[in-house]
Design a protein around this ligand. Structure first.
Ligand code: SF4
Ligand code: SF4
Length: 448
């Protein structure tokens, strides 16, 4: 957070006059230097009906609405976003629902608006998170031309992906997703894969990971645990049958880590592992769930309403509307700063005393609905899994941190593990024989 006020000057622009407030003359002291906005131009509207999607129900927040962001509102948003960022990198991120339902013409106008409002020195990255089923040649050409980074949701091989990712008729979607992904690859569009981990795929970590790496060609993978809380007074910690178990999440991450350590360090970026390594290095993780505080990633609904976070699009977490109050003022507001600080301030003692708190930080507040062993509410549902994973990762993370601190690439760990005799102590320092620790990871090397 900066304590130096920065004066904003509106850049000269040929943009049409739009509604919305002017940027305040002085940057609020509580404003973060940069922040992320997940903009939802179709609100919760999607062409698919994924069983675990937490966002589809948000449609009820706006009864009778058409759920389409107007061009005027988009222009105001893009302008305010550009004005708000003190760091030179600006990410213009679209998400849903399914943002491609807006059609290509909307995104062509987004790119034009971004060019109009870009301030000197700003580098803009366009991103879009999509289920990829509506992509065609025109979309792929556009995304390539404008250098979009495209996030595609894939939960593993077809039989695992299709367990929950179905369309409005309950039909499987994997073939349509892969067709969309193939178009992106043919057009050399940069893409990454977002994989939700749930009851159907959690017991198949290696199948899932290899499918994403080999069949999908993913070199950047986000793994997201599906935790759907059941609201029941009788069982406050209950979750749906689709949710990943805490233990299952820990085992999934540990198994993928072992595969990654043997074959893919430096060539496949797994966001959870990268963010974890940052903690072992003592640098900010770059991932809100593992940060001590959060609040620098808000959600923008189709009508300009801004909420504290994508996972807290609820009336009590509405910050305001960008047509009434500048985006930066909403992000810097006392309400939003308190939201972000609560991630740290409401951590139960059980977490504060935990040996892996430095990396876990209690994970996301949305999952903190258990009671800790000493009777305090607010323990994360995934606690057991995270403890398991972070203890499993401790040795290799320490080793990679030492490599990096010595000026060597983290990828050197692969050669260290490969050289370790199976009956010798594992180089990770666990005290186990290599064959019972990271030497047991196996198997087929990455396909080229
Ligand atoms: S509430 Fe959770 S998802 Fe939202 S910003 Fe905080 S840590 Fe991230
Ligand atoms: S592992 Fe569990 S106890 Fe430790 S910080 Fe994370 S949620 Fe808290």
């Amino acid at each position: 957070m900066t304590t130096t006020p920065v004066t904003f000057r509106r850049s000269k622009t040929d943009a049409p006059a739009v509604d919305g407030l002017s940027m305040p003359g002085q940057r609020p002291l509580t404003a973060p230097p940069s922040f992320h906005v997940m903009a939802k131009p179709t609100g919760a509207i999607c062409n698919l009906d994924c069983a675990y999607c937490f966002y589809l129900s948000k449609e009820t927040l706006y009864p009778g609405d058409r759920f389409r962001m107007s061009i005027e509102l988009m222009e105001t948003y893009v302008r305010q976003l550009m004005e708000s960022q003190a760091a030179p990198e600006v990410t213009v991120a679209w998400q849903g629902g399914e943002p491609t339902l807006m059609g290509l013409s909307f995104f062509r106008q987004v790119v034009k608006a971004t060019k109009r409002h870009r301030r000197p020195g700003q580098q803009v990255t366009h991103t879009i998170q999509t289920n990829a089923t509506l992509l065609n040649e025109d979309w792929a050409s556009f995304l390539a031309e404008e250098n979009f980074l495209v996030g595609v949701s894939i939960d593993g091989p077809p039989e695992l992906h299709d367990a929950y990712r179905v369309d409005k008729h309950g039909r499987e979607t994997s073939a349509r997703v892969i067709a969309g992904l193939d178009l992106l690859r043919q057009h050399n569009v940069e893409y990454n894969v977002l994989c939700s981990v749930h009851a159907a795929n959690a017991d198949h970590p290696i199948d899932v990971y290899r499918y994403l790496r080999d069949a999908c060609g993913a070199s950047f993978i986000q793994l997201i645990p599906i935790v759907e809380r059941l609201s029941s007074n009788r069982a406050p910690g209950a979750v749906t049958d689709r949710s990943v178990t805490s233990d299952g999440w820990g085992r999934f991450l540990s198994a993928v880590l072992d595969e990654w350590l043997v074959h893919d360090v430096g060539s496949v970026f797994v966001q959870t592992f990268d963010a974890s390594l940052a903690a072992w290095l003592g640098v900010p993780p770059g991932l809100c769930v593992f940060s001590e505080t959060c609040g620098d990633a808000v959600a923008l609904e189709h009508n300009g309403d801004v909420y504290s976070c994508d996972h807290f699009v609820e009336p009590e977490h509405l910050l305001g509307n960008i047509m009434d109050t500048h985006l930066l003022e909403l992000v810097a507001s006392e309400k939003q700063r308190a939201f972000g600080a609560a991630k740290r301030d409401r951590l139960p003692k059980y977490c504060r005393d935990c040996d892996v708190r430095f990396v876990c930080q209690g994970e996301c507040p949305k999952n903190r609905f258990l009671v800790s062993p000493d009777g305090e509410p607010g323990l994360n549902y995934l606690c057991e899994g995270y403890k398991q994973f972070f203890h499993h990762a401790d040795g290799p993370m320490r080793l990679m941190a030492r490599l990096l601190q010595a000026g060597r690439p983290a990828a050197d760990i692969m050669a260290i593990f490969a050289r370790a005799p199976r009956n010798s102590p594992c180089p990770c320092g666990s005290g186990l024989k290599a064959k019972r620790c990271h030497g047991r990871a196996t198997s087929a090397p990455a396909t080229p």
